[in-house]
Every structure is written in C-alpha cells, then in structure tokens.
Design a protein around this ligand. Sequence first.
Ligand code: HEM
Ligand code: HEM
Length: 347
Amino acid sequence: MKRYLASALAVTTMLTTPALADDAALREAAKEYFEAIPMNAPALPSGEAITREKVDLGAMLFFDPRMSKSGLFSCQSCHNVGLGGVDGLETSVGHGWQAGPRNAPTMLNAVFNIAQFWDGRAADLAEQAKGPVQAGVEMNNTPEQVVATLTSMPGYVDAFKASFPGEEDPVTFDNFAKAIEAFEATLITPNSKFDQFLMGQDGAMDEQEKRGLQAFIDTGCVSCHSGINFGGNGYYPFGLIEKPGADILPEGDRGRFAVTETADDEYVFRAAPLRNIAITAPYFHSGKVWDLKVAVDIMAESQLGEKLDEGTIDDITAFLGTLTGEQPQVVHPTFPVSTATTPKPAP
Ligand code: HEM
Ligand code: HEM
C-alpha cells in the first residue's frame, strides 16, 4: 500500500511538474545565455588601469560624505555596500531630505553593464560618478567645490599623486571619477549558487531552483535578461505587451525618451540587471514593488503577455535567489582630516 501511494505521488508530481532536463543539458542551455561573474575585477572598458592606490582612493571618495554640499551624503548613503548596494527605499532621499524620482540600482557588478542608469544615459562608471555629486536631489555639489575640498587636505593630495603618477595636477574632477570607477570595478559578487552550477557543480542549486532556471529560459525572460548580469545590456519598453498601471509605471518618467527624444523610446528602460536581485528590494525604477514574486508576475504579463501560475512564479523567484553572490568585504576607510581651508558644510 505504502509503495502504491509513493508511486501514485510520484506520478502526480510528474504530471504537475514539467519534466526537467538533466543537469548537464540544463547547464548547456544556460551557457547559451549567461556567463559566470569572474573572481577578480575585470579590465575597465576605458582601458584605465586598476591599481591598488586608485582603488583605495576610490573607496575613500565613495564613503566620504564631505563630497556632498551638506557634508551628509556619500555614494554609500544610497548604495550601501552592506545592503547589496542599495538604500532599500522606494526612491532615494538626498540633499535637503528630498526624495528623488527613481529607485537606486545597485552598483555591485555595474561594471558589467553596457551603460549606467535605468535609462542608460551614462556610458560608463566614470561618466556616471560625476552625476550624483552634482545632482540637486543627491549630493548637490559642484566639481569646483569637490576639487577645493580635496585640495584642502594633504592626505587626499598625496593619494591622488600616488594614483595618477606623472600627472602634473592630479587632483581633478575627472580623476575623482576615475578613482571611483576603479573602486566600483572591484565591487563584484562572484561564486553565487547559480555560478557554481554553471561551472559544473550539480548540487549547487536545488530542484526548485533548477526548475526556475528552466522556466526563466522557457518563458522568455532570457530574451532581455541575459549575459553576465542577467540584463544591463539592452533597452526595451516597460510594458512591451501590456503597460502596467501608473501605480507601477508612473507616467511622468518616460525613460530613454528623455535621453534620445525619439518617440519610439517612450517608457523604454534598460533591462534591469538581476544579479543579487533577492536582496535589493524594492523593485522597478519606481521602487513600487516590494515582493520579488510580484515583480516576476508583473514582468511575465507586461513583457511577455504570459499569466504564470503560482508554482512557476515561486520557482522563478527561487531561481533568482541563486543569483546572490559573495558580497564584497570592504573595510570602511579612515579619511584625511579636514583643514582650516576645507569648505564648510552648507545646508
Ligand atoms: C544610479 C553610483 C551617489 C542614487 C547609480 C549607478 C551607479 C551609481 C554606478 C548606476 C547603476 C546602474 O545603472 O545599474 C554612485 C556613486 C555615487 C552615487 C559612485 C557617489 C559619487 C548617489 C547618491 C544617491 C544615489 C548620494 C542618492 C541620493 C542613485 C539613483 C540612481 C543611481 C536614484 C538611478 C538614477 C537613474 O537611473 O536615473 N549610482 N551613486 N546615488 N544612484 Fe548613485
Ligand atoms: C526589470 C524579472 C522578462 C525587460 C525586471 C525586474 C525583475 C525582472 C525582477 C526588476 C529589477 C529591479 O528592480 O532591479 C523578469 C522575469 C521575466 C522578465 C522573471 C520573465 C518572466 C523581461 C522581458 C523583458 C524585460 C522579456 C524585455 C522585453 C525588463 C526591463 C526592466 C525589467 C526593461 C526594467 C523595468 C523598469 O524600468 O523598472 N525584470 N523579467 N524583462 N525587465 Fe524583466
């Protein structure tokens, strides 16, 4: 009787669960779309060298709130290294306690994206780093003031000299951005369960996670979320098949339209990178969705016109959890001390 029950259960499971390709076949299928994150920082697309000195300087600049006008906000305020690189807010809060228009994406693995920001308006991390310092709702500073702040502290001047040897006047806003770029290139999260599976370890993912991977491929998520970062490499209308309501996709933010001013780019956004997605809620550029399962459900309907059943949503969500990699262990830097000539924080 027991045996009968067991085999009946097995048949029921087979009927309700789509057949899984074996591990080797699933791995081969996955390799067509995805790549593992390397263990070490990749070369920068700009060709700029990544040196120890530059990375250390970049870390100081990333964490130092004196780079903002108020002396309160640093990159770390909104891209918390201990929180998966995000602030966990619907939209970020910056200078003067103003809420910005968009959710902060993680800077972890951002070096692998073809362009930065939800709309891809910055070509690379160095160009990107110049934005938030000057943005009124973020750090509200000016390049001149940043350079004046840095020049006022011998510790910073020495660090710039060591990072950019041979340059006559190394304390520049361009070099500020280059040092941050070098630091950010080290903020990668290798060795996730998925990467271990991709590299040959069958046991790294459990059955549900493997079913989720298969469903992620079969449902068509891979058509936009592929490559090393599961996204960050192409632009698509949010609402390709069915436009989500204004509660999820606020009408005022028309995405790449603001960059290209082309009608075709209305509500077009960069396919969001999905590495570490399980630890970077809330979701979408509006930050309106807190539950990853709900985000998966919305994506399937809006981008693919598919109404997924609950089991498949659970499986895909479990699979997305395998994209959480080893988080960078960063020692909080000690900053050079302010001097009499360091510009004072201002409201
Ligand atoms: C976007 C780094 C400061 C909020 C980004 C991205 C990076 C980054 C790399 C793009 C990630 C991607 O597209 O996947 C930095 C650095 C900063 C800094 C290096 C310091 C110089 C801040 C601050 C805030 C903030 C202080 C909050 C007040 C945001 C938001 C976005 C963003 C909201 C998305 C903006 C959009 O797409 O329009 N940041 N960030 N960032 N960051 Fe920062
Ligand atoms: C965003 C998953 C299919 C394009 C997202 C996000 C998730 C996700 C979780 C939120 C990322 C974040 O907030 O950081 C999925 C899943 C899919 C799927 C599970 C399959 C069921 C697609 C397809 C496309 C696409 C087929 C392209 C046609 C995008 C875009 C965004 C995004 C453009 C950014 C949306 C925004 O501006 O907020 N996806 N996706 N996705 N996905 Fe997908």
